[in-house]
Write a protein that binds this ligand. Structure first.
Ligand SMILES: Nc1ncnc2c1ncn2[C@@H]1O[C@H](COP(=O)(O)OP(=O)(O)OP(=O)(O)O)[C@@H](O)[C@H]1O
Length: 114
């Protein structure tokens, strides 16, 4: 059990070595900072944390898929293009949901301050 956790934490550390994953962690830190400034409610925090988890998970899996594809071949290949595009689409879908969630929370707080 401890070894499994060690491997998982090592995976998180490895993920941080990739620029696209690191950017998502940085955006997550910005979202948490903004949430503290805006004094989010418990429900809003739950939504923010779910979005952060979803986007980081999608980006880490996308990075894994890219690596597996590159291990298979670095030559131009229509099948690899489809696989990588679908994986990138998953990150986009998660990010779009996170963006809409952020906009709804922001709108609610701006409305409350008017
Ligand atoms: N071997 C390949 N054959 C065909 N198309 C590819 C191949 N490798 C990459 N592509 C195309 O380029 C796009 C970007 O792929 P790449 O592996 O460079 O990901 P990236 O998003 O730039 O990587 P990172 O997440 O490291 O920034 C893919 O979505 C795909 O459309």
């Amino acid at each position: 059990m401890i070894n499994k956790f060690k491997a998982a934490f090592a995976g998180i550390a490895d993920g941080l070595g990739h620029r696209s994953v690191r950017i998502q962690y940085e955006l997550a830190a910005c979202a948490i900072a903004a949430g503290c400034i805006m004094k989010l409610t418990a429900g809003e925090w739950v939504a923010v944390i779910i979005c952060i988890g979803m986007v980081i998970t999608a980006e880490m899996l996308n990075t894994c898929i890219e690596k597996i594809c590159d291990m298979y071949s670095t030559e131009i290949d229509a099948r690899i293009k489809v696989i990588k595009d679908i994986a990138a689409g998953a990150v986009l879908a998660a990010s779009a949901a996170a963006l809409v969630t952020a906009m709804v929370i922001l709108a609610v707080h701006l409305k409350g301050n008017i």
